[in-house]
Design a protein around this ligand. Structure first.
Ligand code: ZN
Ligand code: ZN
Ligand code: FE
Length: 748
């Protein structure tokens, strides 16, 4: 009888893999052992060859839902004569190749227990098992063992320990295993930190307060949420004012899919995304006349919806009844708050009460945001539930890399061999707190993986906080620093995301708001031919003037004014009423003189700014209160039945939008038609340039503008029959930059 020694690599620890192997081997009458070691799971199985081979097949096919196998090594050895099959103690030596798992939404079985009055975990908010619960948010170091998590301080009671030690139990080695007797508990505090209630009493009181229209800070999985009644306009408006949030939409948590369907129109694919174990926020279309408070998502027809993903959420939502606004608890652009003390200090002015608990959060991690585009899942933000799962490359890197990403929607990464591990969402690096979180994210990845890079890579932009950090850090550490052009990094990110081999080539539309070009000007509407070693800028959008510099990025009216100047010069009588109104006569004269002299109005070939211009020219938005607002409003007005488009020019390098805006300004059709003709024209631009420049490469769309659903879907439609690569594993926006940077530096 032969003996198979199997080494399994991947996310195989803490997901019930060993008990699964134990059950399978025992059931098939095989002898041997299984154990966790630093590189994954090691097992030996002995028995008749045909049974062993069937075991291999079943191992892959029947593995637990959360186990991801990256590879398997098989050695065939002579019989050893094992008398039983056993789970052995973990080995500690050897190279670390175990991956930190993301947090997982509560499973069906745990949920049933939480709502079963006869179960000992009835209404217990911290119920979990090997198939669900916290992972990344509680891990301090590898290997993933209770003593290395923030659950270390909780001594398991007898019954929990029995579950934990029984290979046949669903909670065998479920590291955060807990019950009301031995685990963490809730407390309700007032804004001064005074305890008002605890355990189930705290939960019930919190629900009453929410019904009274209060704003609560609720400690969740990866940080605090600010929570209020999503149908109470007064409460939502109050939260918006306190958070100084402008018009940026809030996410809403619904009790379950049935309730969500009353408020939004979802399709089966979106519902699958909502119900997935990662449980992200999904952008869905609001149902007309639904009772959601208007302040949840001003001017938008969509809403970021998600379902409960911890027992605490399930209890809150069921007790409360209606949907709840659940937005990351922070002050404007600062990172999400994770500790109780931090919450008291920073959220006191925002929340009336705090619902806290005593299971510390090791790693703060915001909710992920996705949407369905062209039948695919597109990330807006890749964080909880996904980070820090590695992305596997189809080739091996030659050097170990630390990639620091961009400046907005910052995400960092470490990469070695064929793996890239991206951090959770860090956010915009405009505040001191955000830059501290940035360093925290770098250090966490390095600590968890005991990783030391050989090279550091950053963006070319001299004013990105991440670039400044990388310059200083690499100098002090004596490590080489590589800088990668922003849009090239977007293209590389897409190539790696799509699994293009080392000799791959891509013709990409890389469209976003802004990025620093190799010529020192602002780029953002580029067509690149890229390989893993370099790129060529094949075409671009005609640059427009950013009237007032950085202020133009936040004020679409300024971009629109500059476009009008480009079209009509000083003849203000030809400028649309909507634009003039947003300026007033004095300011308009001033703007004219600035543009005439060409001062304080740098050129930018940005696609994002075209959306701004259109929004202002159409009188929809003159000053935006968050990044991407104009695109977000415009896409909601899009009518897919409109098929025609505004004209534009293309001379082989530059796409000229002057005919487009001239037509848009002169068009007296309804708003929806004009918006649709504008979006259709941009899609047509992509097709035209692709047709002219294509030399057999793969085609792809990358950059934040391709989070725009109608634009992206229209491009796919125009290019039907040809394969167009879209991002699947990382966001098309700057949250995906670090992946592109990492592969470039790792291959150089
Ligand atoms: Zn579970
Ligand atoms: Zn217990
Ligand atoms: Fe970008």
């Amino acid at each position: 009888m032969p003996r198979y020694r199997l080494r399994v690599f991947g996310s195989v620890q803490g997901v019930g893999f060993r008990p699964f192997v134990y059950r399978l081997a025992t059931e098939m009458g095989l002898k041997g052992f299984v154990l966790n070691d630093p590189s994954g799971v090691l097992m030996e199985v002995e028995g008749p060859k045909e049974v062993l081979d069937r075991f291999l097949v079943r191992l892959r096919e029947e593995k637990p839902p959360l186990a991801h196998l990256f590879g398997m090594e098989l050695e065939v050895l002579p019989e050893k004569g094992y008398s039983s099959f056993e789970i052995r103690k973990s080995g500690e030596e050897g190279k670390k190749e175990v991956f930190v798992l993301p947090d997982v939404a509560t499973c069906e079985e745990c949920l049933a227990e939480v709502f079963d009055p006869s179960n000992r975990r009835y209404r217990y908010p911290f119920t979990n098992c090997t198939n669900c619960g916290p992972r990344f948010s509680i891990i301090l170091r590898l290997p993933y063992d209770r003593r290395n998590t923030t659950m270390a301080a909780f001594e398991m009671c007898e019954r929990c320990r029995a579950e934990y030690e029984n290979p046949a139990d669903r909670r065998f080695h479920a590291q955060p295993n807990a019950c009301p007797e031995c685990g963490p508990w809730l407390e309700l505090w007032d804004a001064a930190g005074q305890k008002l209630a605890e355990r189930d009493g705290a939960l019930r009181r919190a629900v009453e307060l929410l019904k009274e229209g209060k704003v609560l800070a609720v400690k969740g999985l990866g940080g605090f949420h600010l929570v209020c009644d999503a149908t109470n306009e007064e409460a939502v408006r109050l939260l918006r004012e306190r958070k100084r949030r402008g018009e940026k939409p809030f996410a809403v948590m619904f009790r379950d899919l049935d309730q969500l369907r009353e408020y939004a129109e979802t399709d089966p694919f979106e519902e699958a995304l909502l119900l997935s174990p990662e449980s992200p926020i999904v952008l869905v279309r609001r149902r007309e006349g639904s009772p959601l408070a208007p302040s949840v998502a001003p001017r938008l027809k969509k809403v970021g919806a998600f379902l409960p993903y911890t027992p605490l959420h399930h209890l809150l939502l069921r007790d409360f009844g209606g949907p709840l606004v659940m937005t990351s608890a922070n002050l404007s652009d600062e990172p999400i708050v994770k500790d109780n003390g931090e919450a008291l200090e920073r959220l006191a002015g925002l929340a009336d009460y705090l619902l806290v608990h005593n299971r510390p959060i090791a790693n703060r991690v915001d909710d992920s945001v996705v949407r369905a585009i062209g039948g695919r899942r597109i990330f807006i933000r890749r964080s909880r539930g996904f980070a820090p799962m590695p992305i596997t490359l189809p080739f091996r890197l030659r050097r170990r890399v630390l990639a620091v990403g961009g400046h907005k929607k910052s995400v960092v990464a470490i990469a070695w061999e064929d793996k890239v591990v991206l951090s959770q969402h860090v956010g915009d690096l405009d505040t001191v707190k955000a830059r501290e979180f940035f360093e925290e994210a770098v250090n966490t990845l390095k600590r968890l993986y005991e990783f030391e890079e050989e090279v550091v890579v950053c963006d070319l932009h001299p004013r990105y906080a991440s670039t400044a950090w990388a310059e200083r850090y690499s100098r002090e550490a004596g490590k080489p620093l590589i800088k990668v052009q922003h849009h090239f990094a977007h293209a590389l990110s897409l190539m790696a995301d799509a699994g293009l081999g080392e000799d791959g080539a891509l013709l990409a539309a890389t469209w976003d708001g802004t990025g620093y070009g190799t010529d020192g000007t602002v780029w953002g509407g580029e067509f690149l031919r890229a390989t893993y070693s370099g790129f060529e800028r094949l075409a671009r959008l005609r640059p427009l003037r950013l009237l007032g510099g950085d202020r133009a990025v936040k004020e679409p009216r300024r971009v629109a004014f500059a476009v009008c100047f480009d079209l009509f010069g000083e003849d203000l009588s030809k400028y649309p009423e909507e634009v003039l109104k947003s300026f007033g006569p004095r300011e308009a004269e001033l703007a004219l003189s600035v543009l005439k002299r060409g001062i304080n109005s740098p050129l930018a070939s940005s696609a994002g700014r075209l959306f701004d211009a259109a929004a202002a020219l159409l009188g929809i938005l003159s000053v935006s209160s968050y990044e991407g607002q104009s695109g977000s409003i415009l896409e909601d007005l899009y009518d897919p039945s409109v098929r025609d488009f505004y004209p534009f020019g293309f001379d082989g390098f530059e796409v000229d939008w002057r005919p487009l805006f001239e037509a848009l300004i002169g068009d007296r059709s309804p708003l929806e038609v004009r918006v649709s003709r504008f979006v259709n024209a941009l899609a047509q631009v992509v097709k035209t340039v692709f047709d002219r420049k294509w030399e057999g490469e793969r085609l792809g769309l990358t950059g934040g503008v391709f989070q725009n659903k109608p634009l992206t879907e229209r491009v796919l439609e125009l290019l039907k029959g040809r394969e167009v690569l879209l991002h699947q594993k990382v966001p098309p926006g700057d949250g995906g930059l670090a992946l592109g940077q990492a592969v470039f530096a790792g291959l150089t």
